[in-house]
Design a binder for this molecule. Structure first.
Ligand SMILES: Nc1ncnc2c1ncn2[C@@H]1O[C@H](COP(=O)(O)OP(=O)(O)O)[C@@H](O)[C@H]1O
Ligand SMILES: [Mg+2]
Length: 327
């Protein structure tokens, strides 16, 4: 428990930013913000007569979506850091302290299917909850959406999409592809327009550039003005086979199915093999999702064929058998 200028911040743990830990900020009935913070006040013991008001847990909904996701420990702690930063920035502003840069544009580095779009959606919601973005929606675009066919067309297309994204997040997937054609390519015009929009609409939208780690690094190297505009970088590592299996189990559970033990065994073999064969384009959790969805269709066909004149038991309706996983 620690008192901070009239706000009581309580949390278990030892001060590390664990996403599973929640900080509940309890406002005391009188607001002493603005009365001049001193280092001493920050370290003061909590007053015995503090009656905490019901805690407002701004992170709870976000936590509900983040927690079930398999692995991603670094991503989860970064999202938590962003939350903490937004929260404390607001308190600091109320206390009349320097508001900082207030730039939240981000780079997401990771292979396909590592959860980038999913996390971008959650972050958009977080910013909306914290009062930084008015709408909290996500506009996902790629090169073809931004780049036009003649001079001026690209700037116009890009500006239109930025306008759509105002109040939310503009998520540019495979961002490096904007730079692939060099100076004469219209992709360059899209980058310039995006950079200009970041200035024109400061703090009205968050821009997230996403893509394969190596290509994003290359992109940032060849556009030296860019990295400093994206203070938050999040890396999305590939999933291990065990994590992919857990993701698969989670996906079937959500859909009210179960994998039989032999199916899990077969899926494990399949994932190990595909991960090896497809080192550079293996699509991680998306591959698992597609595999599960295909198996669900095969199960349906199997059941229809088998139960032409009777009704399958509930357990049969739920079971994904190894033969449903066709590889
Ligand atoms: N850690 C995870 N736990 C559970 N499901 C996940 C996880 N990461 C990704 N997924 C699921 O995998 C699919 C692909 O994720 P997505 O966010 O589209 O990846 P990316 O944008 O990096 O290609 C989505 O259905 C998503 O819900
Ligand atoms: Mg994506």
């Amino acid at each position: 428990m620690r008192q901070m200028n009239g706000h009581v911040i309580s949390g278990s743990g030892n001060g590390t930013t664990r996403p599973s830990r929640q900080i509940n900020v309890v406002l005391r009935s009188h607001n002493v913000f603005g009365s001049g913070a001193s280092a001493q006040a920050l370290e003061a013991d909590p007053l015995p007569d503090v009656k905490p008001l019901p805690a407002v847990d701004h992170f709870a909904d976000i936590q509900k979506e983040l927690e079930p996701m398999i692995g991603m420990e670094n991503v989860k702690s970064l999202v938590y850091e962003v939350y903490a930063l937004l929260y404390i920035s607001r308190m600091r502003a109320e206390a009349g302290l320097n508001g900082g840069s207030q730039v939240y544009h981000m780079i997401f580095k990771g292979n396909p299917g590592t959860g980038k779009t999913t996390i971008a959606r959650i972050i958009a919601k977080l910013f909306q909850k914290m009062g930084v973005l008015s709408k909290g929606h996500l506009i996902e675009v790629e090169r073809a959406d931004l780049v036009g066919e003649y001079i001026g067309h690209t700037a116009q297309k890009t500006r239109d999409l930025v306008r759509k994204a105002l109040g939310g997040v503009l998520f540019v997937d495979e961002a490096y592809s904007l730079a692939r054609g060099g100076e004469k390519d219209f992709g360059k015009e899209a980058i310039d327009t995006l950079v200009k929009s970041m200035e024109d609409h400061r703090s009205q939208f968050v821009l997230i550039l996403a893509g394969y780690p190596l290509e994003i690094d290359q992109f940032l190297l060849t556009n030296p003005g860019l990295p400093s505009r994206f203070p938050i970088q999040i890396e999305f590592p590939d999933y291990s086979v065990d994590q992919l299996l857990q993701i698969g189990e989670l996906m079937v559970k959500e859909r009210d199915y179960v994998l039989m033990p032999q199916t899990v065994f077969k899926l494990r073999q399949y994932l190990m093999q595909e991960k090896l064969n497809d080192m550079f384009s293996f699509s991680n959790a998306r591959f698992v999702r597609n595999t599960i969805e295909k198996s669900i269709r095969h199960q349906a066909v199997r059941l229809i064929n088998h139960y032409s004149s009777s009704i399958p038991a509930k357990s049969e309706l739920m079971s994904i058998r190894p033969e449903d996983l066709k590889i």
